[in-house]
Design a protein. Structure first.
Length: 105
């Protein structure tokens, strides 16, 4: 039996003495007891990257669906209207996902 991950979206949630990664009303991961105000840029980037994991998985599935010409894939539909150019769509999905993982989107 394959283990399932907690469904996304996941969010970075500042807590008293740490950051929590939360998804579906439960904690996924924690930072080491570091005050959010003292958390370094690297730790903040790591927390955002972990929180972006479900979106990145959906993006990879959407890219595979788009390359294979599948238009009704649920993951693909998350990215809105697409063009008739598969390469442009794949690039757009990847760039959107990267921006979200960096915390810019």
């Amino acid at each position: 039996m394959e283990a399932k991950h907690t469904p996304g979206p996941w969010v970075v949630w500042p807590h008293l003495d740490s950051y929590h990664i939360r998804g579906a009303m439960k904690n996924i991961a924690f930072t080491n007891q570091v005050s959010p105000s003292h958390m370094g840029k690297e730790e903040q980037a790591n927390a955002r990257l972990i929180a972006a994991a479900p979106n990145m998985l959906a993006a990879l599935r959407a890219i595979v669906a788009r390359i294979n010409g599948v238009w009704d894939d649920p993951d693909l539909m998350l990215f809105g209207p697409l063009s008739t150019n598969a390469l442009a769509d794949v690039e757009w999905i990847a760039k959107e996902t990267i921006a979200k993982a960096r915390g810019a989107g």
